[in-house]
Each structure stands twice: as C-alpha cells, then as structure tokens.
Design a protein around this ligand. Sequence first.
Ligand code: SAH
Length: 421
Amino acid sequence: MTTIFLKPHKEESLKRFHPWVFSGAIGRVLLDTTHKGDAPEEGELVAVYSAANEVLGVGHWQVGSIAVRILAFGVEQLPKDFWRERIRAAYRVRQTLGLADVQRDNVQSTKENNTFRLIHGEGDFLPGLIVDVYAETAVIQAHSVGMHVCRKEIAEAILAEVPQVQNIYYKSDDTLPFKAPIEGEKTGWLVESQKTASLKDKSRSDEFWSVENGLQFRIDWLRGQKTGFFIDQRENRALVERYANGKDVLNMFCYTGGFSLYALRGGAKTVDSVDVSQKAIDLVNVNVAKNFPAATNHTAVAADAFEYLSAQKAQGRTYDLIILDPPAFAKHRDAVKNALRGYQRINAKAIEMIRPGGILFTFSCSQAVDKEAFRLAVFSAAAQVGRKVRILHQLHQPQDHPINIYHPEGEYLKGLVLFVE
Ligand code: SAH
C-alpha cells in the first residue's frame, strides 16, 4: 500500500481525530510498487504516518487541498468488516433516535416514519459518503472517488445491516470531482428488488413513497435534487406545524412541499408554495393531493423568490407566517460576502410582508456562512425594514445529521424563528 509521511509536527490534528490531511502537511509519499505514475491514484487507500514513523491512520487519497480523508485512525489497513461495522453503528444511532425501527414487511405500511439519513459523512466517521433511506430504498451519494470505488461494498453492507432496505440507488453525477478519472457508472441501481426490476421504465423513481412523521412524500431521487428529499428539515417542519393554525402561510423555496404539508396538517388557513422549479411545483401538487385530497386552501406557483415577493408586495399582499429555506447562497468561502448580501435582501423582503404579530422561519444551509454571520444578516434585514423583531427559536440540523465533535465543519444548517411586530 502507498504510504504517506507527514512533515514534522503536522500529526496533531489527526491525533485529535480530525479526518482531513491537507496537502501542505505531507512530507513524503512512498508509492507502492504497482504504481505507474509518480503520484497516488485518486481514490486509492493510503496509510498515513507521522514524520517520526507513528501510524496515524488509513484513508482515501484525493486530488486537491484535502489530500487524504481518514477512514480509520491508529491502523494502517482497514479492519475486516469495516463497512458493516460502520454502517451497523450508524444504524444503531438512528434506532436510538426512534427513526429506524421499521422492519422489511411493514416498511410500506408504517404510519410514522421510514425516512432518515443513515450516513452523514464525517458525522458518521465515513468522510465523503452520504446515504439517505426512503422506505425500502437507500440512495447513496459519493463525494469522493474513494467512496465511488467502494460503492458496491457499501451497498452490500447496507443491505446486510438495515432490514428495511431492499433497493439501493447510486446517485453521484453531481457530487464527484468532475475532473477525476472515474471508472464505472455514476448513477444507477446497485441493488434491485422485484419491484424495481419490474418497472417498465428503469429511469422512473416516481412510484416510490416515503413517510415522514405520518406524512407521505413521493421521492424522486432520479430527477430530484440531492438524494431526492431534504430530510434535514424534518424537525423544523414539525415546528411549523405547531405555529400554523389559522394562519396565511407562504412556503418560499418549497421544493417538494415539506413545510407546506406540515402547515396544512397544523390547520393553516391558506398555504402558498413557491419554487423556481416547475418540476418541484408538480411534486408539491402530487404530495398535497395525496395527503389532503380535499384541500382547497393550497396554491403552488413556479416563480423566482425575489420576483414573487416584489410582485406580491406591490399588490399589498401580507402573510402571518413565512418560511424561507433557500439553497446554499455560498458554496465556497470566497462567496460568503455575496451570500450574506443575498440573505439580507431576501429576509428584508420577507419581513416587510409579515403582518404585525406574525412569524418568520428563516434558514441558511451554507456551510461557509456560520451561525453568527447568518444572524447578523437577518439582523441587518430587520433593521433595514425597521420592524421590531425577537428570536423565538434557534434551529439546526437534526440528530440523524450528527456533527463529529472533532470535525466542526460538519455543522451547516441553521435557522431562526422570529416574532415580527
Ligand atoms: N424547503 C425545502 C428545501 C428547499 S431546497 C424542503 O423542505 O424540502 C431549495 C429550493 O430553492 C430548491 O427547490 C430550488 O429549486 C429553489 N430555488 C432556487 N433558487 C430559487 C429562486 N431564485 N427562487 C425560488 N426558488 C428557488
């Protein structure tokens, strides 16, 4: 196996279980004899040692400023049964959370929940890997070539350890480094059951339903964003349900309508769902029809958020409760400044349209924008509009998106619930 020796004193963060080795920390690379080139191959397993020859761990090599992502500390090879053990440990956490007690024969008929994130990258000690479970289907997303190379072993381990899973779909076309030399398909079924095999059109995933807190969602992982659904808002959606009774609600950036369904169940007077994507709006309508076939108080509109809010304001429209859950405005550190301006602008527009005594749920899922910076952007928005605003709740990602305490970078979702006078 290829061995990496760090420069002197560069082993400290690895000894504190931070899983990244930066390229600048590397002193020497000792390639194993099978190599033709002069550098490790992206995705290969490498052993990492300190300058003083102590074993630090084993991980996946990647090209870029993070050169190795450690999978196991203090060993030079992956232990036997590594994947099964990691997946079993992650599944146990979800069982402890009460999210994953569904068995194979009742996965379809569960009344409560069969939807959860099984693997949250570094938060589950598997850097570069995301796995979401929707009823009988797991969707795997690789963010590193190393995880792509291991996808079949990972799928086998999930099938062996998670009783409700019968199908496994692989979806990594948007998440793998696009310049990397990648062998094999980046999307497609890794494990199929009779149900998926009998689908006439293999590219259809729209016959699959998932249950979250008793609400049914059609999950289209194939054409949908990310793995098909934003599981990370589960708890925050449930909070919207508590505030929705009798209110006129706007769910901005609604995607498949998660917050809208909870608002409807919570007794909202009216719910408007808005998203720029017509495909998302089609899904919202399907989901509302499935859960509330008699509802006449829901409207879904495909529109740009900024344009919609301006147009509604011009007509004097106001709301009692607005949800703002935009996509990550900052995908990288260097985009933070613009992102903060974006958050300020959209929040100011929303606060303006809230009736006195109304509520704003506002979120940021940009990892590069931290809690304080986001709060400052929302503060600036409130001040700009000149409304009296108090913070009722400070929200975050749910427990099935755990943050590895040694890897604080895993914290990304933050939200505020504001009372606007
Ligand atoms: N709240 C959703 C997740 C939102 S993801 C949930 O609970 O599932 C962000 C959404 O914002 C995506 O669906 C994307 O299509 C939409 N979006 C992106 N840019 C937009 C814009 N300018 N105006 C309106 N919607 C936008």
